[in-house]
Ligand binder design. Structure first.
Ligand SMILES: [Zn+2]
Length: 145
């Protein structure tokens, strides 16, 4: 009986740590997006409500964009609005702020190369702060959110 309980306990711990590996906060408190192309992108909303995408290479070192590109679609109740991005030192920033009226759904379209298929990331843009992890809800890393 004791052995069985220990076994269950270790299983639970195993699951928890696996989940923690998947749900990590971005270095700037944003949402990490894995494009499966040898780099990670982090979606961050700036205090001025611009959408920013940071790129990270090995060991989470910031990298400059090369052939990647980003586009964002804001799915507002009144219709969709498209945001364009410009290159910055280690990623991209939207040329216009995100529209007011959150929460709403955004689709971030990340291309690794002009000719490659885009990766679409659907994010619920909720800018309220989560009471548990203290991140904004769009970047919340709590289990079950
Ligand atoms: Zn949270």
């Amino acid at each position: 009986m004791k052995t069985l309980l220990l076994f269950i306990a270790s299983l639970t711990i195993g699951t928890a740590s696996l989940f923690a590996d998947e749900e990590k906060a971005g270095p700037q408190g944003g949402r990490l997006l894995d494009s499966s192309a040898g780099f990670l992108a982090e979606f961050v909303v700036t205090p001025e409500h611009f959408a920013k995408v940071n790129l990270y290479g090995e060991q989470m070192k910031p990298i400059a964009p090369t052939e990647q590109s980003v586009m964002l679609t804001a799915e507002l109740p009144g219709g969709v609005q498209i945001l364009e991005f410009k290159n910055i030192e280690n990623g991209f920033i939207s040329t216009t702020p995100l529209p007011d009226g959150e929460p709403y759904r955004v689709v971030l379209r990340l291309r690794n190369h002009p000719d490659s298929r885009p990766h679409n990331f659907r994010i619920d843009l909720n800018l309220t702060t989560c009471g548990e992890c203290q991140l904004q809800e769009y970047a919340c890393i709590c289990e079950g959110h």
